[in-house]
Design a protein. Sequence first.
Length: 138
Amino acid sequence: MYQSEILEEINRMSSNTLMETLKITFTEIGDNYVVCKMPVTSDVHQPAGILHGGATAALVETVGSFASRYFIKDKDLSIRGIEISTNHVRSVSEGFVYAKATNVHLGRTMQIWEVRVTDEDENLISLGKLTTLAINKK
């Protein structure tokens, strides 16, 4: 399956989920990374008019969890996020943010992803780390 077909499929599967609510779309898959983007509008603002940290954390979990699912490739396993941390270093109030999950550790059971969230000018907005666990489907 080509990258464009995979991206179309995962974006289609995001219908009626938090990803659709936050308008998160998957845009790129590389050898060891996945990229998503999310618009920054009043829908994801905190009262101060800037991107809400919780929306950013949801973006980090979305891109990292899908990256684990994609790179593990074992359909008998389910992926579960077990730990997430997100450091917010710069605010943004409009445009798009991009989250790039890059593999730090891709074990059979545990995976660790570094997720850099940047704005359209590639300024670092947040730095996230997501740990996922691959478990047998019940």
